[in-house]
Design a protein. Structure first.
Length: 281
């Protein structure tokens, strides 16, 4: 990281990052540890600890876990901070929805251009984010990749949510970074589809030849919250739209149901994904 980038990070540090930095320094000094000693205990360099304490480089999720283990003193402050630190790493348009997603009991997603972020591999996410426009700094790219990967904890949550993903076939054929990155993403989809609480289906390229095609109006994500509220989230040109009005949600849910009715079966979809994952280019 350049000196200019560090200066910009310090000036633009969020309140959460500043609080974590102050708490880390105070607890480190309480334990009578130097930055180098804390770094050795947590698996980081002294310069990484210094960068975190000065807000030149905000703490990663992994660093917060290590700080909790080494100097947390049983207070749980770094564990509690993880949620807020990650929330600030998401694009502003996604922050409101991210908490709904994390606590959802049912998630039904239809994607037309890229693999749903919840299912993305690290390599796919890095290639996608790094190749976007306007371009982002390397640090911001890594923050966004980290925040995206943390969403995958949802697969392991108890009780497990029901997760359904519908992908346009074109998504399975669109590479980012390299063909190997795409093949790795497809193999990951196959593994995720094997989970008891996950269903992955594909809307075939030639669906429109049958005279009806319900997916023309774009991607959407339907969520049932733990309070059993029904909401729909959509993104259009970097604008996040959260729909909670029951008549509107009902209309979108009906459209989603029609899209699902036009997909390949789960078994047919899995066979297609496996075949594309094995193709050499």
């Amino acid at each position: 990281m350049t000196a200019m980038a560090r200066t910009e990070n310090k000036a633009g540090a969020s309140g959460t990052a500043q609080m974590v930095a102050a708490l880390s320094k105070a607890l480190r000094e309480k334990h009578q540890l130097s930055q180098e000693e804390l770094g050795k205990k947590t698996g980081y360099t002294a310069s990484a600890i210094s960068a975190m304490e000065t807000c030149a480089q905000p703490a990663s999720d992994k660093m917060l876990v290590k700080l909790e283990e080494t100097i947390g003193s049983g207070l749980g402050v770094f564990e509690k901070a993880r949620r807020f630190v990650l929330l600030e790493k998401y694009p502003s348009r996604f922050r409101g929805f991210s908490e709904l997603e994390a606590g959802a009991v049912t998630i039904s997603s239809y994607e037309t251009l890229v693999v749903d972020g919840l299912f993305q591999t690290e390599e796919y996410a890095r290639a996608l984010i790094g190749g976007g426009y306007p371009p982002v700094s390397e640090q911001k790219r890594e923050e966004l990749v980290e925040a995206r990967l943390v969403r995958r904890r949802l697969f392991e949550r108890e009780p497990a949510p029901m997760i359904e993903l519908i992908l346009e076939e074109s998504v399975l054929r669109r590479p980012f970074g390299s063909w190997e990155v795409l093949r790795g993403q497809l193999r990951s989809l196959v593994e995720d589809a094997a989970r008891d609480n996950v269903c992955v289906q594909v809307l075939p390229l030639d669906r429109g030849l049958r005279g009806t095609y319900a997916g023309a109006r774009g991607a959407m994500k339907l969520v049932v919250t733990k309070e059993h509220d029904h909401v729909v989230y959509m993104e259009i040109e970097d604008q996040g739209i959260l729909v909670s009005d029951p008549p509107e949600v009902s209309q979108l849910a009906h459209r989603y149901a029609k899209i699902r009715a036009q997909t390949l079966s789960p078994d047919e979809s899995l066979s297609l994904i496996e075949r594309l994952a094995g193709e050499e280019r």
